[in-house]
Design a protein around this ligand. Structure first.
Ligand SMILES: Nc1ncnc2c1ncn2[C@@H]1O[C@H](COP(=O)(O)OP(=O)(O)O)[C@@H](O)[C@H]1O
Ligand SMILES: [Mg+2]
Length: 411
């Protein structure tokens, strides 16, 4: 049985599937030793709407992963997504008393940047330093010990709706799991599928899942934009079900088997047999019609992602282009359509950077789960500097608040 201390488990709570990925620490990094996947019934657009259904799916996925890895899972890194996620950049300035940067100055300058009004119903889930500026010198990653009189920090702050974050923790706890940390899904996926040279040059990762599309832009060597759109592969399937008047499950099968992102990419036209609803007889439909149903929605998803990037002023800062990942990125022709819309090079991203059962998880749909393991590993080993300084975790603070309340009430 794998030793408990060596395990790092990522729990991707998606709209389509819940997936537990078990990593084991080794001398050279982390090996994937087990996975468990179960269909997800309790989420809409990335947000938990039915705790009991979510708990059931989590239990099933975790049990399967435990069997495969021959281990017992007690703690996880859980992902969070949904349209309620907001990412924005902020900066802070402090004077250097000793004319040299000390650890306390770094803490102060990050605190200064964090001092923005966050509404009561939102919670900060990540504080990611992008760079430091000392006097006029910018682009500094490691300011400790450097000389100067003025230290400036630039950071990326990610906030989430308090209730959505709490429902994720609650679902995990009810399934008997302790949550070590909540991690923004786009950050986790980026960790799994992006190469470090791409990240340094500037790249945009778009994870198209079932109910959400997650975006993470790395520019100027650090994370610059994170956002989540409430659209995904589910909407493609739903359009096909409505357009072809066929049951949802059939629409899903037809999409995967015959769907192409644009009718223009079809070399020849075939005829498909499409089952009808309500006991009517199946009908013959041209594949071109299917693709004409898919195209506007696929275009909508990609165009909204593009708008988000243009809005944040980063469209000319991503020379490495786009990396598409997530289950729905497997749609034939999607990368070609993205190339047309973004006028940039596009590749499909599958998880790398891990060992072990890489073949089992080498699919875009595992990007988040594998990324969560990678995130956990880098946090615990302190090796990955990407999102190093992290705000205290939500539950830590919730606990602290309860403690404060307890002391003021009963002291
Ligand atoms: N071969 C495929 N072609 C097109 N779409 C696919 C294919 N495989 C999976 N999908 C779609 O991917 C979506 C699920 O994405 P995934 O990343 O696994 O899930 P989640 O929503 O849980 O993040 C579904 O909408 C599914 O229809
Ligand atoms: Mg997902």
């Amino acid at each position: 049985m794998a030793r408990k201390d060596d395990l790092i488990v990522g729990l991707d709570i998606g709209t389509t599937k819940i997936c537990a990925i078990v990593g084991e620490r080794t001398e050279n990094g982390v090996d994937i030793i087990g996975t468990g996947t179960h269909i997800s019934k309790g989420l809409r657009k990335g947000v938990v709407i039915d705790i009991d259904a979510t708990v059931q799916s989590i239990k099933m996925a975790v049990e399967e992963a435990e069997m495969m890895a021959d281990c017992e899972i007690s703690s996880v890194y859980a992902g969070i997504a949904g349209g309620h996620i907001r990412g924005f950049n902020s900066h802070g300035v402090v004077a250097l008393k000793d004319r040299e940067v000390r650890q306390s100055d770094i803490r102060r300058v990050i605190d200064a940047a964090k001092a923005v009004a966050i509404p009561m119903d939102r919670e900060v889930i990540h504080v990611i330093p992008q760079e430091f500026v000392i006097d006029e010198q910018d682009g500094i990653r490691e300011p400790l010990g450097m000389s100067g009189v003025r230290l400036e920090s630039k950071i990326h702050i990610v906030t989430a709706a308090v209730t959505s974050a709490q429902n994720i923790v609650k679902s995990c706890n009810k399934a008997g799991l302790n949550v070590i940390d909540i991690v923004l899904e786009p950050l986790a996926s980026a960790q799994a599928v992006l190469a470090s040279d791409e990240r340094d040059l500037g790249v945009c990762m778009i994870y198209i899942g079932g109910g959400t599309t997650d975006i993470a832009v790395f520019a100027d060597g650090s994370i610059n934009n994170t956002s989540v759109l409430g659209l995904g592969g589910y909407h493609l399937t739903n359009d096909i079900a409505v357009g072809l008047r066929t049951p949802f499950d059939e629409a899903e099968r037809i999409k995967k088997q015959f769907g192409v992102a644009s009718a223009r990419y079809l070399a020849s036209d075939d005829v498909l047999t499409v089952p009808s609803v309500g006991g009517r007889r199946p009908r013959e439909v041209s594949r071109k019609i299917l693709c004409e149903i898919i195209e506007p929605r696929a275009e909508e998803i990609l165009s909204l992602a593009r708008q988000e990037i243009v809005r944040s002023g980063l469209d000319d800062k991503i020379p490495s282009g786009l990396v598409l990942t997530g289950g729905a990125s497997a749609l034939a022709g999607l990368s070609e359509l993205a190339e047309e819309i973004f006028e940039a090079p596009v590749r499909i991203g599958t998880p790398t950077n891990v060992g072990g059962l890489l073949d089992v998880v080498r699919s875009p749909m595992y990007a988040t789960g594998v990324g969560l393991v990678g995130y956990g590993y880098s946090q615990e080993s302190g090796r990955f500097k990407g999102f190093r300084i992290r705000d205290e975790s939500i539950f830590g603070r919730v606990k602290q608040r309860m403690r404060d309340w307890f002391y003021t009430e009963f002291a």
